[in-house]
Each structure stands twice: as C-alpha cells, then as structure tokens.
Design a protein around this ligand. Structure first.
Ligand code: ANZ
Ligand code: ZN
Length: 796
C-alpha cells in the first residue's frame, strides 16, 4: 500500500471497489489456510444453480450475510473457510440447451463465468481456489465414487417402482417435483409409470435422522418439516380374516382402541388381495376400472384432505371384525396408499375425519365407541371413555389400548412416511450412474479406476422417454470388467440432489485426485459452523446431505455424523409491489444495475438494512438512496476535523452493539446503531479523533469492505483492515469479558475474566472450567493459542 494518501471529495466507487477486490485477491486475504494452528470457522452458502439469468438480489442477500460473518470471524482471529461453487447439473440447463440448440456444457461455462464476475464485483470474500462445479468430470468422478460406496454397502439398489412421469419432459419426477399433480417445471399433468430405478436406502437411517435433529442449532420450523417428512408413527398391525377364505387382511392403525367401531375395511387399489380374490368379487369389471383410474393419480392428489373421497365396494366378500366378530364390507379407495403401513385400513367413521366423510358419502354405518364432545357433522377424534366396546366399555381409551391389542391379537408396529430416495433420471445432464450390465455376469459396478464415467458428447440429448445416453455409441462401447465380453452401461444419470448431498466435503480438499477429500482436512474443517440458505431446502437437500454424512460416518470416511451444526434461512426479497420477483411480471431487480448506479457497498448495506435476515422483505428504491447517503456521511466523517468533545462512550456502545448483532445475524440493527453513531459524530456531539475513525472503519468493514479499506488506508495504516483484530468495546461497565474456550477447534466452555488478565492467568481459569476439563484431562496440551479478550484455544 502506498503512503500519504488523501481523501477525495467524491468517493469514486467504480474505481475504488475493483481496486480492493484485486488487492484482496492478490494478497490472498480470502483464502483459507489448511493445517493452520488458528481455530477454524467453516461458513457456507448454499451454492447456486448457475442459470442464464445471472445473479438474483436474493442470492446477494444471503451471500452478503455470510460474507459479513466470514469477515467478522477472520477479524476475530479465525481461519475461515468460505467457498463457492456451482450446482450445475440438472433439468433447467438441459431444457435451456434443448431450446437454444447448444450443449449444456457450453451454457454452463458461460453462466458460471457471469456468476463468478458478478459475485466478485460485490466484494464477497470467497476463496476462489476452492471453486467446484458439479458438472465437471473432476467433481462427478467422486459423485460416482459415492454411488459405488453406497452400492458396495447395499445402500444403493435397483427395483421396479411406480414413478411420477412427466409426459412432456419425458422424465421421472421426484415426489417434490410434483405440485398439485402437475410437473413443477412445465405444468403438465403427471402420470404414473412402472420403471426399473435406482434407489438409495435412506430409510435405514430414519431413526437417526429423526433423533439427531435434537442437537442441531437449526430453526425449529425446519426441524419440524424434517420430522414430518420422516413421519415416524407408532401403531399396531391387526389381522381381519376374510369370511370363507384362507386369506386375511392386515391393517395398520394408530387407534386400536377404536376397533369396536370399525364398520368396514378399505384397501389401497393396488393391494395384492384384490387380484387374488378376483374370482370371488362379483363386480370385478367395475373394480378394475376404478383401479386403473386411481393409478393415474399421484400420491398428493390421492391424499389431499379437501378432495372428495371416492371408492368402490368389493362385492361378494366380507371381513370379520376380530373385536365384535361382525361381518363387515371391504372397499377399495384411493385415499388409502399402497406405500404406507400395510396398504389397508380399518375404517372407524365415528372417530376419523376421512372415514367419516367416506361413510357419509357411501351411507356406511357409523358406530361411536368413544364418548366425547358431539359436534354435528364431524367425528370425535380425541380420546375419552370407551362405549359400545363390550367388556372395555367404561375404561379410558388410552388405558385400554394395550389390553385391546392383546384381545385382538395385534402386533405393535412402527411405520415411517420416509421412502427410499429415487436417484435415477432418464436425462442427459447429470452424473452417469457407474454401473455395467453384462449378459453373463449381471450387474457389475464400474471399477473405481475407470472413474469418471464421462458423459459422451455424441448425443442427441432431446428427450424421448428413454435416457439420451442409450443412443450414444461411444458411451455404450464397454467390456464387462469381470468376463470381458461385450456389455452395456447404465444409461440413467443421477438426481442432482446427489451432487449437492456431499459438495461441502469437496471444498475442504477440492483438487485432490486420489480421494474425495483427505481425512485430516475433513477433521480440521468439518462440520460446517454456519450454513445459510433458503428454507425451500428444508427437506430434500438438507435431509439427503445428512443421510450421506451418516452413511459415510458408518463407512468410517467421516468422524462426525451431522454436517451442519448451525443453520439459518434468509427470507425472500420481494418486488416493490410485494409480489415475488419474476421475469414474467417484469419486476426483477438486477444487482449489476444497482452496483453500477450506487456501488457494491450500497447494495450490500441496503439488503442487510431492509429488515431481519429471515423475514420476507419488499424492495424499496428510496431505501437505497438513504443507504447511499449514509455511506456519503461515513466518507465525510472520516475527513472530519478531530474534536475533543468528552463523550466517546457512544462509540463503545456502538462497538458492543454491532459485535453482538453480528453474532446473532442481526445485521439490520447493527447498521442502525452505526447510523446513530455517524449522525451524532457529524453533529459534533461525540468525540472524534483518528482512533475513533479507525475503530468505526473496523466495525463497518464486514458490511462495506471497500470503503472501510479505503478509509483505513488513508488514515495511514499499512496493512489491510481485515488483518486487524476486531475492537473490544471498553466502557467502564465492562470490567470483565467473556472468553470462549476451545479444545481442538470446538468450543467447550465460556469463562469470564477481568479485562486485564494476562495469558497465564486465563489459561489457568480456562483449565479449571469443568466442561473444558473433561476434554483435556489426562491429555498433553500441545499448543495454546490466546486471542486476547476473545478465545483461548487448546490443541491436545
Ligand atoms: C383406524 C383409525 C381410527 C385410525 C381412528 C385413525 C383414527 P399416521 O399417524 O399418519 O401413521 N392409515 C393407515 N395406513 C394408511 C394408508 N396406507 N393410507 C391411508 N391411511 C392409512 O396415521 C395412521 C392412521 O392412518 C391409521 O390409524 C389409519 O387409520 C390410517 F379413529 O386406523 B387409523
Ligand atoms: Zn461379464
């Protein structure tokens, strides 16, 4: 840095911002250092899909938040890993390529280049040495390797399955890609189709995925969504025998206490007994017709509560209620799902909403067996005193449950809503599944040494219903690894959620061509300390990433079993009219325009000032002008003549407030307290000297890094402001300070010490902390790092 700089009247952001961006890059200020003795902090953004539209102001919101946090942590002595990459495979890129007639490889390159430039222009402190791209062979080689590891452990398998099929996109859709029975992407009515598909056995981990949520620092709403998705349900299986037959129907119920009120049974239309009992069903033609209609519908259509239920009775057969010994009719109805429980239910219309509605519609008997509040036209779904239940009448329904289970010979059973993860896609733009089919040897995994199985380029990638790869000659020209006869490659590719289920591990060691990541780096950097992204990933991405982490933990590739210790969501940025920004509405704000007109620092500060990070917020053009003016005031403040007004308490209060607010991601209130300080200083109510200017530059630095660096330089500092330690607020009331105690990079306790306590004293107090002691007892302390007033870190 050059010396003797002076302030320009006008702050020229279009010159100053690129200057500092280059400076940071050249001086490696954003780079994470492997095998470093500082405590680590891994701060991760959900990586974007590099669409042709470029960066969105919504990206800018969350990326600014993590950038502030990363810069703040570096200024607190942490070795920060803050990487960026591209979730580049997937349908949109492929659809775009089909439309434009260009290969997805090309459009992806073009788009990532644009995204990268945009992100750099905003001054985000990413370590670009670690950039990854899921569609590059160097990356998907390891996605394929992951597939093989799961396959070898029996966690990847193939089966026929009814799949959601989009007739227009000609592809299988995941459950979540079907919205209201329609394809999420093109709006076409989705149909059901049977295909042989690859699955990952995520259901093996259902209980762990559920139980381990408890220890995570995540929004409760996200935890609840995951819990629901896993859907653990404790119930009972009970056999209802079919009159004059050797068959019986096994139902799953969570309410065995209501069995005396079960007045009919309902099977899923796909239930195997329907065809087995075909000859005895007198209305079989009508039944067959109903079944073929039902199988066209998706699960969501079938179970939505507000749809009127339909069904048909299986005439000619009856079941026997094991509690009353009464004969009851058997129906099929599409609201009973084949994939849940046993695919059969006992219907208790007096106490279940769906059964009630169904019984009303088809005039079935409704028998109350629990006394409770009687609302007209609604079933009583609570518990209470049993009635009409023979010897159990008069007992509390909850208490009678176990005895009733024994009485009807029921078997306790736990069911989950979670299904195995369907990972095959009949599309081009994804990682090829590394499997070979040999006529003699069957299914053979591609040898690891042959990875990556590269996507061929001699492909007509327009969709036709089979995978585009089936038509590539070069791709299929393969010998069986076992017997060397002509064999054929699997032509399906993997769901893009597989790519993103492990990408955070690759950032740790992105250029390794021997392993997906080396273990000591994984040990140092993982798990992720702060993960920020949209709540639309509440279930799929986050659940899949947790599953892969747990599977790799079982295989001993990882020592931890949860990837994201702390998770936060940003809210949507809406258009000025409060609607969602969308191209069709013409209300999209382009960040490039804002940077050009106002500056990157303005955009950063503005988006953080709009409101609490997790709230949805409408864009406000007047607000940007206000922020621009605030930056102008800071520039003026830095050039103020020093004044000796006695009060510098406001600065200490501001430092304290900004520090606390950054820690809790309360960026909007941090900014408002800095505004208060600047207004006060400019009106000469506050003591201003070079020292206060420096301190203010430091606390605004994570938010407006370019202007802060410029001021810092002009004030005569030789090194980057980001190499300076974060200021400690010193007010008279702050005679003590809290110090985090870490052991091997993990915080194990917090101690409170006097502000002037020296290192050896702090070490003594830290070692005396009960919890800390648990982790260092009987161990040799190899290293002690002390960041005064902040952290004491032991390496054992
Ligand atoms: C009788 C009953 C009486 C029920 C009552 C409820 C209330 P969760 O908690 O979600 O597990 N069920 C079972 N299998 C089903 C399937 N394949 N498709 C649709 N519904 C199914 O819900 C369990 C309840 O959902 C079960 O308990 C069953 O209805 C229904 F007053 O059995 B119940
Ligand atoms: Zn073979």
């Amino acid at each position: 840095m050059k010396n003797s700089k002076i302030f320009m009247q006008e702050y020229n952001s279009s010159k100053i911002e690129p200057k500092w961006q280059k400076y940071w890059e050249k001086n490696k200020l954003n780079e994470a250092v492997d095998r470093d003795s500082r405590p680590k902090f891994y701060c991760l953004d959900m990586f974007p899909y590099p669409s042709g539209d470029g960066l969105h102001v919504g990206h800018v919101e969350s990326y600014t938040a993590t950038d502030i946090y990363s810069r703040y942590m570096r200024m607190n002595g942490y070795n920060v890993l803050h990487p960026m990459g591209w979730d580049a495979f997937g349908l949109p890129a492929e659809n775009y390529a089909i439309k434009q007639g260009v290969r997805p490889q090309e459009t992806t390159n073009r788009n990532t280049k644009r995204f990268r430039e945009q992100l750099k222009s905003l001054g985000f402190s990413y370590d670009w040495n670690r950039e990854i791209n899921t569609s590059s062979p160097e990356y998907y080689r390891w996605t394929q390797w992951l597939f093989l590891q799961l396959y070898n452990k029996g966690l990847a398998y193939q089966k026929m399955a009814p799949v959601n099929w989009c007739p227009k996109d000609q592809t299988v859709l995941a459950r979540e890609q079907v919205v209201d029975g329609k394809c999420e992407r093109c709006g076409t009515q989705v149909i059901q189709k049977e295909l042989k598909q690859w699955f990952f056995r995520i259901t093996d981990f259902a209980d762990e995925l559920l139980n381990d949520l408890a220890d995570l620092d995540w929004p409760e709403s996200i935890k609840a969504l995951q819990k629901n998705w896993i859907g653990r349900s404790e119930g009972v299986e009970i056999q209802f025998s079919i009159s004059n037959s050797q068959f019986s129907i096994n139902v799953f119920t969570t309410r065995p206490d209501t069995i005396f009120g079960a007045t009919y049974l309902v099977l899923a239309p796909e239930h195997e007994l329907v065809t087995k009992l075909k000859s005895r069903i007198s209305n079989y033609d009508a039944v067959k017709k109903y079944i073929s209609e039902a199988t066209k519908k998706s699960e969501l259509q079938r179970t939505s509560l507000d749809k009127t239920k339909t069904g048909i009775e299986l005439k000619g057969i009856n079941a026997i209620n094991p509690s009353t010994k009464n004969e009851i009719p058997i129906w099929i109805a599409d609201y009973v799902l084949t994939s849940y429980g046993t695919g059969a239910i006992m219907a208790v219309p007096a106490h279940d909403v769906r059964d009630f509605e169904f019984a009303k519609k088809y005039k079935m008997p409704i028998v109350e067996v629990i006394s409770g509040s009687k609302e007209k036209n609604a079933p009583f779904v609570g518990s209470g005193e049993l009635i009409n239940s023979d010897k159990f009448s008069g007992t509390e329904s909850e208490k009678a449950k176990d005895e009733i289970i024994t009485f009807v010979n029921g078997k306790k059973s736990i069911q989950y809503r979670l299904r195995d993860w369907l990972v095959s896609r009949q599309r081009y733009w994804g990682a090829p599944i590394p499997i070979i089919y040999c006529d003699k040897c069957g299914i053979i995994p591609a040898p690891e040494k042959d990875l990556p199985v590269e996507l061929p380029t001699d492909v007509d990638f327009r969709p036709t219903g089979e995978s585009p790869l089936t038509r590539s000659k070069s791709f299929h020209n393969v010998k069986c690894p076992k017997c060397n006869s002509n064999a054929r490659r699997e032509s399906d590719t993997m769901d893009t959620f597989v790519d993103s289920s492990w990408y955070f591990l690759r950032y740790v060691d992105p250029n390794n061509n021997k392993q997906f990541a080396i273990s000591d780096m994984l040990k140092y950097w993982m798990p992720i300390d702060l993960y920020l992204g949209g709540s639309e990933h509440a279930v799929m991405h986050l659940l899949y990433a947790r599953f892969i982490t747990k599977a790799f933990n079982k295989m001993k590739y990882l020592e931890f079993n949860e990837p994201f210790t702390k998770l936060r969501n940003q809210g949507l940025i809406l258009a000025t009219d409060g609607r969602k920004m969308s191209k069709s509405l013409g209300n999209v704000i382009n960040p490039d325009d804002v940077v050009k007109e106002y500056s990157a620092d303005t955009l950063r500060l503005f988006e953080m000032f709009m409101g609490p990070l997790s709230d949805a917020k409408p864009w406000d053009t007047k607000g940007i002008v206000g922020i621009k003016r605030f930056l102008g005031k800071i520039w003026k403040f830095a050039q103020m003549e020093n004044n000796n007004s006695k009060n510098d308490e406001l600065l200490q209060i501001t430092v304290k407030k900004v520090t606390e607010d950054i820690q809790s991601l309360g960026f909007n209130t941090a900014i408002s307290s800095m505004m208060i300080y600047i207004n006060d200083a400019l009106s000469n109510k506050t003591k201003v000297d070079n020292n206060s200017k420096k301190i203010f530059a430091q606390i605004i630095a994570p938010f407006a890094p370019h202007m802060a660096e410029e001021i810092w330089e002009i004030l005569g500092n030789k090194k980057s402001i980001f190499l300076e330690l974060w200021p400690i607020p010193k007010t008279v009331t702050l005679s003590k300070t809290n110090i985090a105690v870490q052991v091997n990079g993990k915080t194990r306790g917090v101690i409170s010490v006097g502000l002037n306590t020296n290192k050896s004293e702090v070490v003594k107090i830290a070692r005396g902390n009960k919890n800390v002691n648990r982790f260092i007892r009987n161990k040799v302390i190899k290293k002690t790092i002390y960041i005064p007033g902040k952290i004491i870190s032991f390496v054992v």
